[in-house]
Ligand binder design. Sequence first.
Ligand code: NDP
Ligand code: HSE
Length: 402
Amino acid sequence: MISIAVLGYGTVGSGVVEVIEKNKEVIDRRAGEEIRVKYILDLRDFPGDPYADRVVHDMNVILQDPEVSIICETMGGNEPAFTYSMQALKAGKSVCTSNKELVANHGAELIRTAKENSCNYLFEASVGGGIPIIRPLNAALTAERIELINGILNGTTNYILTRMAEEGSDFETSLKEAQEKGYAERNPEADVEGYDACRKIAILASLMTGKTARYEEIYTEGITKITREDFLYAHKMNQFIKLLASVREVDGKYYAMVAPFLIGEKNPLHSVNDVFNAIFIRGNTLGDSMYYGRGAGKLPTASAVVSDVIDCAKHGRTHIVCLWDEEKLPLCSIDGASRRFFVRAKKGCEKEAESLFGAIETVDAGLDGEFGFVTPSITEKEFAEKSAALSGFISRIRVEED
Ligand code: NDP
Ligand code: HSE
């Protein structure tokens, strides 16, 4: 029998316990041994819960119990999650986590510590919720030089954008619904300002290159400036607004960013709706591949954590190789990246827009006092200069090429 402990009995942690109970037979068979939840660490007690008697409030109880060999860290945040994870690994206990903030901040160090102590630090649930993406990158796409990762990596924002696009719902109501469904971060600013997607693309960029991509260096824009009017223009152009997170390699240099984009029907990401996420990966010999599923929520995320528990159970004290070094990955500024931009501007400045940007394609969404246009492909830097000079400038969204 393998005894495990769950740190944090919230949305994901309670899901881990539920998945282990619900799929007990298949999980035990695949793990090769019975998995039982021996402890649940939380700040609160859970009177009436079937697992109430397993709840402890002192991490030392878990650390000092030699029967516990695997720990699920589903508390979130940097501390005390980092300290507890390091203590567990140094005691030879494997850690499986959904905590992308911690993985993005300390992934390489935690993996190294796991290796030094012949155990594992696994984090399948940290990107894409229930979508298998870490394991494919580490174990299946290993023959590839990956050129591009582009994805919808946040369930909350994709849920909000879908509600706004399909039902004309307002931002605040859609966010509240996402929170009620257990998709959002404790501080939902992390979702709507793009920080969560940024941490996730930093994790994927680190696995893509084997070096540490610092999320603080990734250009990040959230969805808080997207309005109802933007969807009217998008609809008119037969386009969809999605928060995309990407990292690409061009001539040995790496570019990463997170921002809302207009995407067309030819882009497979256009039909990824609600809480679903998708990650598009282009390898130099494989070509294109895509990974799709529920990007947030209790059971899908818990399923990914439990898949790591099974992997740890199967590997015992054997370290599963994960190439992610502490050396920093140099990331280039996006200033030189070229693309088209969709711009909303006040009526009357059509000529000015044309003289600044050249051959623009105008869009009429029937809105009073304004019009829209799409620029030819120009660099981010040029666009920033020209849009600052446009007297009637209202807002802009980047356009993703198909
Ligand atoms: P919750 O807030 O629902 O759960 C966290 C739990 O941990 C709470 O019960 C909390 O207690 C407890 N906790 C917090 N600090 C401590 C501590 N010091 N000691 C013991 N227990 C503690 O969060 P989620 O389950 O939603 O998320 C957990 C992690 O998983 C986060 O890193 C999140 O980003 C990530 N994640 C979440 C997904 C989702 O869909 N929700 C999907 C993928 C990843 P209390 O409430 O009393 O503070
Ligand atoms: N808040 C996150 C999201 C949870 O909405 O995607 C999953 O990481």
